[in-house]
Design a protein around this ligand. Structure first.
Ligand code: N2P
Length: 344
């Protein structure tokens, strides 16, 4: 009996010693767009810091927002586009960043900093920018495609893939009707409804995660997709041609931000600084070729990468593109309009 007591005592002491020396596991929960942060980047961060990272993906800003609003998930990093940063800043739900923890912010092109949606970048760190454009399989489509009006033609019925994103789709219809993409009113939505009623029945695939897939496997012949998807396709096969819509398009700036509810702020800021390292940011571009706002990373990139027009539109084209603004409660009207028309 004595022996057993002594054994238990030793085990107890050992247990205490172990729990006193072992550091508690550090965590980081990332909620980001799909196909945007390569897994090897996340793994390298974990390896360097010992932080256990979980990654969850979303396909649209609105999906992310509704999850946040429902209180689901305890995220330390989210990755909203400009108009959503604007809304979240207004709602005061973002953590104010400690800039001394993110010195690599100096690598970002000043053009992408200090934007109206977050003056002084108090709450957000640019991750990638990009545009939305048209990708054409020229083996299958012989017409000269210049804009949305050429994509959504009756002869292309069943051959089209588009982003599954209501704000984007509404934007294309606004532009095709000569309207401002940020003036979303009952009147402008009514005006574009007939256009959308013609367009949506022509669409075969809605996909925001990987619209390239339907184009690669020949399910569709033309699409309106993210620039990074267009760049992957044109790199893979010369038959794909990237077209910047003549009517105009959206320039997005997707940034990293920390919700106020985050439990692992220090790890989140360390991750932000990590992805801003030139060689890490370049690796992100190698896998997901968007418009990389990191000038130090661009110095490491090849001429081929920098000259891909789906990743890096030329200055003149960039000037014709606009950022989205927060449209407040009109956002739900946009969602409703597209959901209703898709169901018809
Ligand atoms: C990456 C998604 C691009 C996000 N797969 C566009 N805002």
């Amino acid at each position: 009996m004595k022996k057993i007591n002594r054994l238990l005592l030793t085990l107890f002491a050992l247990g205490l010693a172990v729990s006193a020396t072992a550091a508690p596991t550090k965590h980081l929960n990332i909620y980001c767009w799909s196909e945007y942060i390569p897994q090897p980047i996340v793994d390298q961060f974990s390896k360097e810091t010992g932080v256990k990272v979980t990654v969850e993906n979303y396909a649209s800003n609105e999906e992310m927002l509704s999850k946040l609003a429902a209180g689901g998930g305890e995220y330390d990093i989210i990755q909203p586009s400009e108009y959503v940063i604007e809304a979240l800043v207004k709602e005061k739900v973002l953590h104010s960043l400690d800039r001394s923890k993110i010195p690599n912010l100096k690598n970002i092109d000043p053009q992408f900093l200090n934007q109206a949606f977050d003056p002084g970048n108090k709450f957000s760190v640019p991750f990638m920018a990009g545009t939305v454009g048209i990708i054409v399989n020229t083996d299958l489509i012989k017409d000269d495609i210049r804009g949305y009006a050429d994509v959504f033609k009756p002869e292309n019925k069943g051959k089209i893939v588009v982003l599954d994103d209501a704000r984007e789709i509404v934007t294309w219809a606004l532009l095709a009707n000569g309207l401002n993409i940020n003036q979303i009113t009952d009147k402008s939505l009514n005006k574009i409804k007939p256009t959308l009623e013609q367009w949506l029945p022509l669409v075969k695939v809605y996909d925001s995660d990987s619209p390239k897939t339907a184009l690669l496997n020949g399910d569709v012949a033309i699409g309106v997709v993210w620039g990074g998807e267009g760049a992957i396709l044109t790199n893979k096969n010369k038959k794909f041609r990237w077209v910047i819509p003549s009517e105009g398009t959206h320039l997005f700036i997707d940034s990293l931000a920390i919700p106020k509810t985050a439990k692992n702020v220090e790890n989140a800021e360390a991750f932000m600084n990590f992805i801003l390292r030139p060689e890490i940011s370049k690796q992100i571009s190698d896998e997901f070729p968007y418009l990389n706002p990191n000038l130090a990373a661009r110095e490491l990139m090849s001429k081929k990468q920098l000259e891909n027009p789906a990743s890096f539109p030329v200055e003149e084209e960039l000037k014709k593109m606009s950022l989205f603004k927060d449209i407040g409660t009109k956002g739900s009207d946009v969602e409703e309009l597209i959901t209703t028309l898709k169901a018809q």
